[in-house]
Design a protein around this ligand. Structure first.
Ligand SMILES: [Zn+2]
Length: 86
């Protein structure tokens, strides 16, 4: 596993949108329950490194998951309000 490439900032590879969509549709399994643990150097564990080419890709993915969860939550509230106004 090329750690240097995962963490370098000189040549960040472009994010693969298709891969992000795939991952959102089929979330990968992490070793931990709430994402992978980091070691004392704040390095990501190897299940993240096998999926993502670069650190920023993983951060982007987390952001997408967050937005997905938030929008699902908003949908739920809207549905609930509709029921009540009946
Ligand atoms: Zn892990």
């Amino acid at each position: 596993m090329n750690d240097d490439y995962f963490y370098q900032t000189d040549d960040i590879p472009p994010i693969d949108i298709e891969q992000m969509r795939d991952l959102l549709a089929h979330p990968p399994k992490w070793c931990g329950e709430e994402g992978c643990p980091m070691d004392e150097h704040r390095k990501h564990c190897k299940c993240i490194k096998t999926i993502f080419v670069h650190e920023t890709h993983y951060e982007h993915y987390l952001e997408l998951v967050k937005r997905k969860v938030e929008s699902a939550f908003v949908d739920l509230i809207l549905k609930d309000n509709k029921k009540r106004s009946k």
